[in-house]
Design a protein around this ligand. Structure first.
Ligand SMILES: NC(=O)c1ccc[n+]([C@@H]2O[C@H](COP(=O)([O-])OP(=O)(O)OC[C@H]3O[C@@H](n4cnc5c(N)ncnc54)[C@H](OP(=O)(O)O)[C@@H]3O)[C@@H](O)[C@H]2O)c1
Length: 243
């Protein structure tokens, strides 16, 4: 059984990626979430309605022990399954000026994006290397490339993932495993629900926020065999914001 895991697959961009991969139906989907069970169930129902298969794996990607326990348990129950596509999408923001930033807000954001990348990817990497084929896609942000005021924690976390993407890509390219990052600008999801699109679109050449489905199309391409010679890249998807 060939599988793709999508962290934070319950909502937003992660859900759109699940549905796009379900349409292509090359993989059994492992839909991860941490708290929003109803949304995760809804994603799985939509995946099934598209004729694909999948299951839900609940764990907090920032918790190394929980992540390892859940994934070990799943792999033990599915010894022949190979997770060929890893989409590290789970992420959070805890915005605020650096001078007021609490340790907790710094740590939670770093732990989710950067340590989440490590906890999930490192679990599967040896099997993936033996498989001699794979796709790792990390969801970063325009903030990780250019830095955003009020998001020092988030910018640092995403910049860290960009560095990890480039380094790991070089380590494993010979085994036909690509590692790429996708850096969205403003995308319409719960994460940006409080943002004023009417005001912010003035700084976006495309003059609008992006849709989660537009990001999912790019991720689906990177997750496919068609992207075989692209690795270590950060691909911006932001309606023309210069970063
Ligand atoms: N929206 C944007 O404009 C934008 C721009 C640039 C980058 N991004 C990045 O794109 C990714 C997805 O963002 P989004 O806008 O789709 O966010 P979202 O709508 O807030 O959804 C976040 C998803 O991540 C999951 N998640 C959060 N913390 C987790 C954890 N510790 N363990 C496991 N799952 C966790 C959530 O699960 P629950 O449902 O269980 O909470 C949910 O499925 C993030 O990495 C974000 O930084 C978004």
């Amino acid at each position: 059984m060939k599988c793709a895991i999508i962290t934070g697959g319950s909502r937003g961009i992660g859900r759109a990626i699940c549905l796009k991969l379900a349409e292509e139906n090359n993989y059994h989907l492992l839909i991860n979430y941490t708290s929003n069970e109803a949304s995760a169930n809804e994603t799985l129902e939509k995946v099934k309605a598209l004729g694909a298969t999948g299951e839900i794996l609940k764990f907090d990607v920032s918790d190394a022990e929980e992540t390892t326990n859940v994934l070990t348990d799943w792999q033990d129950k599915n010894p022949d399954a190979i997770v060929e596509v890893i989409i590290n999408n789970a992420g959070i923001t805890r915005d605020g000026l650096f001078m007021w930033m609490k340790h907790e807000d710094w740590n939670n954001v770093i732990n989710t994006s950067l340590n989440g990348f490590f906890n999930v990817t490192n679990f599967f990497i040896q099997k993936l290397l033996r498989n001699k084929y794979g796709r790792i896609i990390n969801m970063v942000s325009v903030s990780g490339a250019k830095g955003t005021a009020g998001q020092t924690n988030y910018s640092a976390a995403k910049a860290g993932v960009i560095g990890a993407t480039k380094a790991l890509a070089q380590e494993i390219a010979k085994r036909n495993i690509t590692v790429n990052a996708v850096a969205p600008g403003f995308i319409k999801t719960d994460m940006t629900a409080d943002f004023d699109e009417a005001e912010l679109k003035a700084m976006i050449p495309a003059n609008r926020f992006g849709e989660a489905e537009e990001v999912a199309d790019l991720v689906a391409f990177l997750a496919s065999k068609k992207s075989s010679y692209i690795t270590g890249e950060v691909i911006n998807i932001n309606g023309g914001i210069y970063s």
